[in-house]
Write a protein that binds this ligand. Structure first.
Ligand SMILES: C[S@@+](CC[C@H](N)C(=O)[O-])C[C@H]1O[C@@H](n2cnc3c(N)ncnc32)[C@H](O)[C@@H]1O
Length: 304
Protein backbone atom coordinates (compact mmCIF):
# COMPACT_ATOMS: atom_id res chain seq x y z
CA UNK A 1 0.00 0.00 0.00
CA UNK A 2 1.05 3.60 -0.56
CA UNK A 3 1.73 5.70 2.52
CA UNK A 4 -1.31 7.39 3.94
CA UNK A 5 0.30 9.81 6.38
CA UNK A 6 -0.76 12.93 4.54
CA UNK A 7 -4.19 11.73 3.58
CA UNK A 8 -6.72 14.33 4.60
CA UNK A 9 -9.21 11.51 4.78
CA UNK A 10 -6.53 9.02 5.84
CA UNK A 11 -6.78 7.34 2.44
CA UNK A 12 -3.96 5.17 1.09
CA UNK A 13 -3.31 4.21 -2.51
CA UNK A 14 -2.67 0.76 -3.91
CA UNK A 15 1.00 0.29 -4.78
CA UNK A 16 0.15 -0.04 -8.47
CA UNK A 17 -1.14 3.53 -8.43
CA UNK A 18 1.56 5.05 -6.25
CA UNK A 19 4.30 3.53 -8.46
CA UNK A 20 2.93 5.04 -11.67
CA UNK A 21 5.46 6.90 -13.80
CA UNK A 22 2.97 9.01 -15.70
CA UNK A 23 -0.74 9.67 -15.94
CA UNK A 24 -2.80 12.36 -17.67
CA UNK A 25 -0.90 15.60 -17.04
CA UNK A 26 1.82 14.29 -14.70
CA UNK A 27 5.16 12.55 -15.25
CA UNK A 28 6.81 11.64 -11.97
CA UNK A 29 9.60 9.17 -11.36
CA UNK A 30 11.91 7.94 -8.65
CA UNK A 31 15.18 8.64 -10.43
CA UNK A 32 18.32 10.72 -10.32
CA UNK A 33 17.45 14.05 -11.91
CA UNK A 34 20.21 13.98 -14.54
CA UNK A 35 18.97 10.63 -15.83
CA UNK A 36 15.32 11.81 -15.72
CA UNK A 37 16.03 15.07 -17.52
CA UNK A 38 18.25 13.55 -20.22
CA UNK A 39 15.19 11.65 -21.50
CA UNK A 40 13.18 14.86 -22.02
CA UNK A 41 13.26 16.91 -25.25
CA UNK A 42 15.06 20.27 -25.68
CA UNK A 43 13.08 23.45 -24.99
CA UNK A 44 10.04 21.57 -23.66
CA UNK A 45 9.57 23.21 -20.22
CA UNK A 46 8.07 26.64 -19.62
CA UNK A 47 8.97 26.76 -15.94
CA UNK A 48 11.58 24.89 -13.97
CA UNK A 49 11.06 25.55 -10.29
CA UNK A 50 12.95 23.76 -7.58
CA UNK A 51 14.62 23.74 -4.22
CA UNK A 52 17.81 21.67 -4.37
CA UNK A 53 19.43 20.15 -1.28
CA UNK A 54 21.46 22.78 0.59
CA UNK A 55 24.30 20.39 1.40
CA UNK A 56 23.69 20.69 5.14
CA UNK A 57 23.28 16.99 5.96
CA UNK A 58 19.48 16.55 5.76
CA UNK A 59 18.14 13.00 5.72
CA UNK A 60 18.06 12.92 1.89
CA UNK A 61 21.55 14.24 1.17
CA UNK A 62 25.19 13.43 1.72
CA UNK A 63 27.24 16.42 2.83
CA UNK A 64 29.98 17.24 0.31
CA UNK A 65 32.68 19.93 0.13
CA UNK A 66 31.11 23.12 -1.25
CA UNK A 67 33.14 22.96 -4.50
CA UNK A 68 31.82 19.46 -5.17
CA UNK A 69 28.25 20.58 -4.44
CA UNK A 70 28.61 23.51 -6.85
CA UNK A 71 29.97 21.12 -9.51
CA UNK A 72 26.93 18.86 -9.10
CA UNK A 73 24.63 21.87 -9.34
CA UNK A 74 26.47 22.98 -12.50
CA UNK A 75 25.55 19.71 -14.23
CA UNK A 76 21.90 19.89 -13.14
CA UNK A 77 21.53 23.56 -14.11
CA UNK A 78 23.04 22.87 -17.59
CA UNK A 79 20.41 20.20 -18.19
CA UNK A 80 17.64 22.54 -16.96
CA UNK A 81 18.79 25.24 -19.38
CA UNK A 82 18.64 22.74 -22.25
CA UNK A 83 15.04 21.86 -21.31
CA UNK A 84 13.87 25.45 -20.99
CA UNK A 85 11.61 27.00 -23.65
CA UNK A 86 12.87 30.32 -25.09
CA UNK A 87 10.12 32.22 -23.22
CA UNK A 88 10.58 30.17 -20.09
CA UNK A 89 11.85 30.75 -16.56
CA UNK A 90 13.98 28.98 -14.00
CA UNK A 91 13.27 29.63 -10.31
CA UNK A 92 16.01 28.27 -8.04
CA UNK A 93 14.96 28.46 -4.41
CA UNK A 94 17.86 28.31 -1.96
CA UNK A 95 18.91 29.14 1.58
CA UNK A 96 22.25 28.96 3.35
CA UNK A 97 24.87 26.26 3.36
CA UNK A 98 26.38 26.27 6.88
CA UNK A 99 29.85 25.02 7.86
CA UNK A 100 31.13 25.41 11.42
CA UNK A 101 28.76 28.30 12.04
CA UNK A 102 29.79 30.17 8.87
CA UNK A 103 27.03 30.68 6.32
CA UNK A 104 27.25 30.67 2.53
CA UNK A 105 24.04 32.01 0.91
CA UNK A 106 23.84 29.48 -1.93
CA UNK A 107 22.62 31.95 -4.52
CA UNK A 108 26.08 33.58 -4.35
CA UNK A 109 28.14 30.61 -5.72
CA UNK A 110 25.29 29.50 -8.02
CA UNK A 111 24.63 32.85 -9.73
CA UNK A 112 27.68 32.66 -12.07
CA UNK A 113 26.49 29.27 -13.35
CA UNK A 114 23.20 30.73 -14.56
CA UNK A 115 25.02 33.73 -16.05
CA UNK A 116 27.43 31.44 -17.91
CA UNK A 117 24.40 30.10 -19.81
CA UNK A 118 23.28 33.62 -20.73
CA UNK A 119 20.27 33.57 -18.38
CA UNK A 120 19.05 36.87 -16.97
CA UNK A 121 18.11 37.40 -13.35
CA UNK A 122 14.71 39.13 -13.18
CA UNK A 123 14.15 39.03 -9.43
CA UNK A 124 15.87 37.73 -6.36
CA UNK A 125 12.70 37.16 -4.35
CA UNK A 126 13.09 37.10 -0.58
CA UNK A 127 10.79 34.50 0.98
CA UNK A 128 10.27 35.46 4.60
CA UNK A 129 8.84 33.03 7.15
CA UNK A 130 8.56 32.97 10.92
CA UNK A 131 9.55 29.49 12.01
CA UNK A 132 12.88 27.69 12.11
CA UNK A 133 15.94 26.94 14.20
CA UNK A 134 16.74 29.33 17.02
CA UNK A 135 20.41 30.25 16.70
CA UNK A 136 22.46 31.24 19.74
CA UNK A 137 25.61 32.62 18.08
CA UNK A 138 24.04 34.50 15.16
CA UNK A 139 20.61 35.79 14.23
CA UNK A 140 18.05 33.09 13.47
CA UNK A 141 17.57 32.67 9.71
CA UNK A 142 14.09 33.75 8.66
CA UNK A 143 14.34 34.10 4.90
CA UNK A 144 15.48 32.24 1.82
CA UNK A 145 15.60 33.39 -1.79
CA UNK A 146 13.92 32.44 -5.03
CA UNK A 147 16.20 33.38 -7.90
CA UNK A 148 14.09 33.93 -11.02
CA UNK A 149 16.02 33.73 -14.30
CA UNK A 150 14.70 33.93 -17.86
CA UNK A 151 16.23 32.46 -21.00
CA UNK A 152 15.51 35.54 -23.13
CA UNK A 153 14.12 39.06 -22.94
CA UNK A 154 10.85 37.80 -24.43
CA UNK A 155 9.47 35.92 -21.44
CA UNK A 156 6.02 35.12 -20.08
CA UNK A 157 5.03 37.26 -17.11
CA UNK A 158 1.34 37.45 -16.18
CA UNK A 159 1.32 40.13 -13.52
CA UNK A 160 -2.48 40.38 -13.43
CA UNK A 161 -2.73 36.74 -12.39
CA UNK A 162 -0.86 37.37 -9.12
CA UNK A 163 -1.96 40.84 -8.02
CA UNK A 164 -2.63 41.19 -4.31
CA UNK A 165 -5.07 43.57 -2.60
CA UNK A 166 -3.90 47.17 -2.43
CA UNK A 167 -3.49 48.71 1.01
CA UNK A 168 -5.66 51.71 0.15
CA UNK A 169 -7.84 50.56 -2.77
CA UNK A 170 -10.07 53.65 -2.65
CA UNK A 171 -7.21 56.17 -2.75
CA UNK A 172 -7.58 58.82 -5.48
CA UNK A 173 -5.30 61.41 -7.10
CA UNK A 174 -5.91 64.66 -5.23
CA UNK A 175 -4.48 67.03 -7.86
CA UNK A 176 -3.39 67.18 -11.50
CA UNK A 177 -5.20 65.95 -14.63
CA UNK A 178 -6.16 62.66 -12.99
CA UNK A 179 -7.67 64.35 -9.92
CA UNK A 180 -10.49 62.26 -8.48
CA UNK A 181 -9.52 59.08 -10.37
CA UNK A 182 -8.40 55.98 -8.51
CA UNK A 183 -4.62 56.13 -8.08
CA UNK A 184 -4.05 52.39 -7.82
CA UNK A 185 -4.96 49.47 -10.04
CA UNK A 186 -8.48 48.33 -9.04
CA UNK A 187 -7.36 44.73 -9.62
CA UNK A 188 -4.73 44.98 -6.90
CA UNK A 189 -1.02 45.66 -6.70
CA UNK A 190 2.18 43.94 -7.79
CA UNK A 191 3.12 41.56 -4.91
CA UNK A 192 6.70 42.86 -4.84
CA UNK A 193 9.84 40.83 -4.28
CA UNK A 194 9.44 40.06 -0.59
CA UNK A 195 6.99 37.19 -0.16
CA UNK A 196 5.58 36.14 3.17
CA UNK A 197 4.27 32.57 3.22
CA UNK A 198 4.36 30.31 6.28
CA UNK A 199 6.97 27.58 5.85
CA UNK A 200 5.73 24.02 6.17
CA UNK A 201 6.28 23.11 9.80
CA UNK A 202 4.28 20.78 12.03
CA UNK A 203 1.06 22.73 12.27
CA UNK A 204 0.94 23.63 8.57
CA UNK A 205 -2.00 22.02 6.82
CA UNK A 206 0.25 20.57 4.07
CA UNK A 207 2.85 18.93 6.33
CA UNK A 208 4.01 15.44 5.37
CA UNK A 209 7.01 13.57 6.75
CA UNK A 210 9.31 15.35 4.25
CA UNK A 211 11.64 17.65 6.22
CA UNK A 212 11.43 20.65 3.88
CA UNK A 213 8.47 20.93 1.56
CA UNK A 214 7.53 23.93 -0.53
CA UNK A 215 4.29 25.56 0.57
CA UNK A 216 2.07 24.98 -2.48
CA UNK A 217 0.90 28.63 -2.51
CA UNK A 218 4.48 29.80 -3.11
CA UNK A 219 4.79 27.68 -6.26
CA UNK A 220 1.27 28.63 -7.35
CA UNK A 221 2.33 32.27 -7.55
CA UNK A 222 5.24 31.31 -9.82
CA UNK A 223 3.11 28.99 -11.97
CA UNK A 224 0.40 31.60 -12.48
CA UNK A 225 2.79 34.42 -13.34
CA UNK A 226 5.39 32.57 -15.42
CA UNK A 227 3.32 30.05 -17.39
CA UNK A 228 0.06 29.77 -19.32
CA UNK A 229 -2.54 26.99 -19.20
CA UNK A 230 -1.23 23.84 -20.86
CA UNK A 231 2.45 24.73 -20.31
CA UNK A 232 4.86 22.27 -18.74
CA UNK A 233 6.37 22.77 -15.27
CA UNK A 234 9.35 20.72 -14.06
CA UNK A 235 10.80 20.23 -10.60
CA UNK A 236 14.01 18.14 -10.74
CA UNK A 237 14.09 17.81 -6.92
CA UNK A 238 10.36 17.25 -6.53
CA UNK A 239 10.22 15.80 -3.01
CA UNK A 240 6.58 15.15 -2.15
CA UNK A 241 5.34 16.81 -5.31
CA UNK A 242 4.38 20.35 -4.21
CA UNK A 243 5.43 21.89 -7.56
CA UNK A 244 3.49 19.31 -9.55
CA UNK A 245 0.45 19.95 -7.39
CA UNK A 246 0.71 23.70 -7.98
CA UNK A 247 0.92 22.97 -11.72
CA UNK A 248 -2.12 20.71 -11.93
CA UNK A 249 -4.19 23.00 -9.70
CA UNK A 250 -3.87 25.54 -12.53
CA UNK A 251 -4.20 23.27 -15.58
CA UNK A 252 -0.51 23.01 -16.37
CA UNK A 253 1.38 19.72 -16.85
CA UNK A 254 3.69 18.68 -14.02
CA UNK A 255 7.02 16.85 -14.36
CA UNK A 256 9.24 15.81 -11.48
CA UNK A 257 11.66 13.29 -10.04
CA UNK A 258 13.16 12.48 -6.69
CA UNK A 259 15.72 9.88 -5.61
CA UNK A 260 13.67 8.73 -2.59
CA UNK A 261 10.84 6.31 -3.39
CA UNK A 262 8.99 7.18 -0.18
CA UNK A 263 8.71 10.83 -1.30
CA UNK A 264 7.62 9.88 -4.81
CA UNK A 265 4.91 7.61 -3.38
CA UNK A 266 3.71 10.46 -1.19
CA UNK A 267 3.77 12.79 -4.18
CA UNK A 268 1.53 10.44 -6.19
CA UNK A 269 -0.79 10.13 -3.25
CA UNK A 270 -1.09 13.89 -2.92
CA UNK A 271 -1.63 14.24 -6.68
CA UNK A 272 -4.49 11.76 -6.63
CA UNK A 273 -5.99 13.49 -3.60
CA UNK A 274 -5.65 16.80 -5.40
CA UNK A 275 -7.45 15.48 -8.48
CA UNK A 276 -10.16 13.99 -6.29
CA UNK A 277 -10.57 17.41 -4.67
CA UNK A 278 -9.65 16.53 -1.12
CA UNK A 279 -5.98 17.53 -0.82
CA UNK A 280 -5.79 20.28 1.74
CA UNK A 281 -3.55 23.16 0.66
CA UNK A 282 -3.23 26.56 2.27
CA UNK A 283 -5.25 28.91 0.03
CA UNK A 284 -3.38 31.65 -1.83
CA UNK A 285 -4.23 35.01 -0.33
CA UNK A 286 -5.03 33.74 3.16
CA UNK A 287 -3.58 36.19 5.72
CA UNK A 288 -0.51 34.84 7.49
CA UNK A 289 -1.69 36.05 10.88
CA UNK A 290 -5.29 36.00 11.99
CA UNK A 291 -5.68 37.95 15.26
CA UNK A 292 -8.85 35.91 15.93
CA UNK A 293 -6.74 32.72 15.86
CA UNK A 294 -3.37 33.82 17.23
CA UNK A 295 -1.96 30.27 17.42
CA UNK A 296 -3.21 29.21 13.99
CA UNK A 297 -6.43 27.90 15.52
CA UNK A 298 -4.86 26.12 18.50
CA UNK A 299 -6.08 27.13 21.92
CA UNK A 300 -3.82 28.71 24.51
CA UNK A 301 -3.99 25.65 26.71
CA UNK A 302 -2.55 23.43 23.90
CA UNK A 303 0.77 25.12 24.55
CA UNK A 304 0.87 24.66 28.32
C1 LIG B 1 14.73 20.51 -0.55
S1 LIG B 1 14.02 18.99 -0.99
C2 LIG B 1 12.74 19.50 -2.11
C3 LIG B 1 11.36 19.34 -1.52
C4 LIG B 1 10.26 19.74 -2.48
N1 LIG B 1 10.37 21.13 -2.86
C5 LIG B 1 8.87 19.48 -1.87
O1 LIG B 1 8.04 20.39 -1.82
O2 LIG B 1 8.63 18.35 -1.41
C6 LIG B 1 15.20 18.28 -2.07
C7 LIG B 1 14.82 16.92 -2.62
O3 LIG B 1 15.77 16.54 -3.59
C8 LIG B 1 15.89 15.12 -3.60
N2 LIG B 1 17.15 14.82 -4.31
C9 LIG B 1 18.42 14.97 -3.87
N3 LIG B 1 19.31 14.66 -4.82
C10 LIG B 1 18.58 14.30 -5.92
C11 LIG B 1 18.92 13.89 -7.25
N4 LIG B 1 20.19 13.78 -7.64
N5 LIG B 1 17.92 13.61 -8.11
C12 LIG B 1 16.62 13.71 -7.72
N6 LIG B 1 16.24 14.11 -6.49
C13 LIG B 1 17.20 14.41 -5.59
C14 LIG B 1 15.82 14.77 -2.13
O4 LIG B 1 15.40 13.42 -1.94
C15 LIG B 1 14.80 15.79 -1.60
O5 LIG B 1 13.50 15.25 -1.53
Amino acid sequence: MGRGKNGAAGQTLPLSISRLHADKSVVLECRDNLIFMRALPDASMKLIVTSPPYNIGKAYERRAPLEQYVQQQTAVIAECVRLLEPQGSICWQVGNHVTAGEIVPLDVPLYPIFKSHGLKLRNRIVWHFEHGLHCSKRLSGRYETINWFTKSDDYTFNLDAIRVPSKYPAKRYFKGPKRGQLSCNPNGKNPGDVWIFPNVKNNHIEKTSHPCQFPVELVERLVLSLTNCGDKVLDPYVGVGSSVIAAILHDRDGYGCDMVQEYVDMAWERIHQCRAGFLRTRPMGKPVYDPEKPYGGHRDRDFK
